[in-house]
Design a protein around this ligand. Structure first.
Ligand code: C2E
Ligand code: CA
Ligand code: CA
Length: 575
């Protein structure tokens, strides 16, 4: 019973209206009586035996009931099937206790209020006012549905899902044998569908996927659409924890057949993260967060994988979060450094270039190596400011060396680029500005881009490389041999140098197979008119073999590890 309506009913109740024998009198002309006549409401009185003694229902269309014809007959005859709670309220009212009630009357829903009213012969009867709230209730339900459901799929949304998770948690606290868990599904190629078929078709696709998933859950479970291409399921009342994996299997099977969207067959799959609930969880959000962590973990295994959350994941997620925060701070606090590793000409033994390599001077952890922070920096986009800093620092260092070196020619400076720098910032004009600011010429700089980035060969990558070439910069393919090069691409690419990945040299000595690969790459590079650098040269025998193959340059611990700027400068002088 809604209190707001109860108050209105109280206002309208016959005693308030102030009619002495209100319901019998058709002459009552007070304002409130007129109001009663205009509302979809009715009022009546009964004697002690709950027989109708009067009825007024001006604006209640005759299709509901013509109450007047029931005067003198038992109230329940007029009320019909839905009378039980209403009759109970009249009994209470007759006994002196005003009572609110709900009445289902001729297919409509009414809110009612009954209170005591003197009947015939001095015995207490009752009277009541009822108001038709059917339309209001429907509108409310529609609104509630809209607030708690996703418009595209019609499924419960995140808010309703979390509410159901909270309810399940409460049940689990009350009954220790009640267990449940949740799954988060992330569609693997949704962006592709959106991009190729358009957003409206994307919506149809999501609705079709929802239709596929719905039959995989039982009525007591909740399938929800969290937004974008993510769905979640609350699997309630688990028999055993493995049930969650079985649900995941059902989902995968359901998505193995293509979904038809606007006449097109679309293949899809979902990556699934599973989080079994435990008493340690007090908030639905935490359980959902852990299912997400498991899902992200599963993504690393490729499409259509699933993963069950474990505590290690939580620790890793926390560590990542901490690292990200620290990385942001590291930029502001200028904690990055460049170390320099010489690249040696194998023909002359001379210093040909320095590769600038990032280091993070962490206030507590000491020197942190790039492999421990670059992947996260790439993921979060922090690589953009960090990479920008590295470029700037490399150029600044070149100018400083130049000034200290009597302006004699210097070895080239090689700097590493992330793929995101090529596509997400205006690299060409940035580099142009840096060259100008430090008084450097383009050919003094070489930028290293990994093989996969170059081979992705998007329009923006291609444009960017061409722009760098126009500035006379060198471009190298880094980690060559680890990615997926297509030979037909290779001879059209705007690059000057191949850097053979160090993994090919690691077991080089005594491993004829890999030696032959290195020989092949050197030959391939030369036939394409590219210079070839071997990375990771550690032993004299590797060096001898590389020389014999005609490899142009070498880089590795055999010559020198990456060193601080001061040590690199000393190498400049001895060179
Ligand atoms: P990379 O570009 O392949 O850099 C060469 C790596 O090989 C360096 O590791 C270097 O210390 C290591 N190395 C050199 N000689 C030898 C050797 O003889 N044996 C062995 N086993 N390793 C050798 P480092 O400095 O840890 O850098 C790791 C990676 O981090 C780099 O691989 C590069 O991909 C990335 N990186 C470093 N600086 C930057 C940067 O400024 N921007 C971007 N985007 N990435 C960077
Ligand atoms: Ca490199
Ligand atoms: Ca490399």
């Amino acid at each position: 019973m809604e209190l707001g309506w109860a108050n209105i009913l109280r206002v309208l109740s016959p005693s308030t209206i102030g009619l002495r024998s209100p319901l019998a009198s058709r002459e009552g002309d007070s304002f409130l009586t007129a109001a009663l006549d205009r509302l979809p409401a009715a009022a009546w009185s009964t004697d002690h035996d709950l027989r109708l003694t009067s009825f007024r229902g001006g604006a209640l269309p005759k299709v509901y009931v013509d109450g007047g014809t029931f005067v003198g007959r038992p109230l329940h005859e007029m009320l019909g099937l839905g009378y039980i709670t209403a009759m109970d309220a009249h009994h209470r009212a007759r006994a002196g206790e005003p009572t609110e009630f709900e009445l289902l009357w001729r297919g409509r829903l009414f809110n009612g209020y009954a209170d005591p009213w003197p009947g015939r012969g001095g015995r207490m009867g009752a009277r009541a006012v009822v108001l038709d709230v059917t339309d209001r209730r429907r509108a409310e339900e529609k609104l509630r549905h809209a607030v708690l459901h996703d418009p595209i799929t019609g499924l419960p949304n995140r808010t309703l899902f979390l509410d159901r998770v909270r309810q399940a948690m409460a049940r689990a606290r009350r009954h220790c044998d009640h267990s449940f868990g949740i799954l988060v599904l992330d569609l693997d190629r949704f962006k592709g569908v959106n991009d190729s078929l358009g957003h409206l078709a994307g919506d149809d696709f999501l609705a079709a996927v929802a239709g596929r998933l719905a039959p995989c859950v039982r009525p007591q479970d909740t399938l929800a659409h969290l937004g974008a291409d993510q769905f979640a399921v609350l699997v309630d009342d688990l028999g055993e924890p493995d049930d969650l994996v079985r649900v995941a299997d059902r989902f995968r099977a359901a998505l193995s057949r293509p979904v038809t969207v606007r006449g097109q067959e679309v293949f899809t799959s979902a990556t699934i993260g599973i989080a079994p609930a435990s008493p340690a969880y007090t908030q639905g959000e935490a359980l959902l967060r852990d299912a997400h962590a498991a899902m992200h973990r599963a993504k690393l295994q490729g499409p259509a994988a699933f993963q069950v959350f474990d505590d290690g994941m939580h620790a890793r997620a926390l560590a990542r979060l901490r690292l990200e925060t620290e990385l942001r701070r590291a930029i502001e606090r200028a904690e990055f450094r460049l170390h320099y590793q010489p690249i040696i000409s194998l023909a002359t033994g001379h210093l040909a270039a320095f590769e600038g390599l990032l280091r993070w001077e962490h206030p507590d952890r000491g020197l942190v190596m790039p492999d421990d922070f670059i992947p996260l920096a790439e993921e979060t986009g922090l690589i953009l400011p960090i990479g920008q800093w590295a470029l700037q620092e490399g150029c600044r260092q070149m100018r400083e060396w130049r000034e200290g070196n009597g302006h004699a020619p210097l070895p080239t400076m090689s700097l590493n680029l992330s793929g995101r720098q090529l596509t997400e910032c205006d690299l060409v004009s940035d580099v142009g500005r840096m060259l100008e600011a430090e008084g450097l010429e383009g050919h003094e700089l070489d930028l290293e881009v990994t093989e996969n980035v170059i081979m992705a060969d998007t329009e923006s990558t291609r444009g960017c490389l061409a722009g760098l070439r126009a500035l006379d910069l060198g471009v190298s393919i880094d980690d060559f041999g680890t990615g997926h090069s297509s030979l037909s691409h290779l001879d059209r690419l705007p690059v000057d140098t191949l850097k053979i990945d160090r993994s090919f040299l690691r077991t080089h000595g005594g491993h004829p197979h890999k030696t032959e690969i290195v020989r092949t790459i050197v030959g391939l590079g030369h036939s394409l008119d590219l210079e070839v650098i071997a990375e990771g040269v550690e032993t004299p025998s590797q060096l001898a073999e590389l020389r014999e193959m005609g490899c142009d340059h070498g880089q590795g611990y055999l010559f020198a590890p990456p060193v601080e700027a001061a040590a690199a400068r000393a190498m400049l002088h001895t060179a």
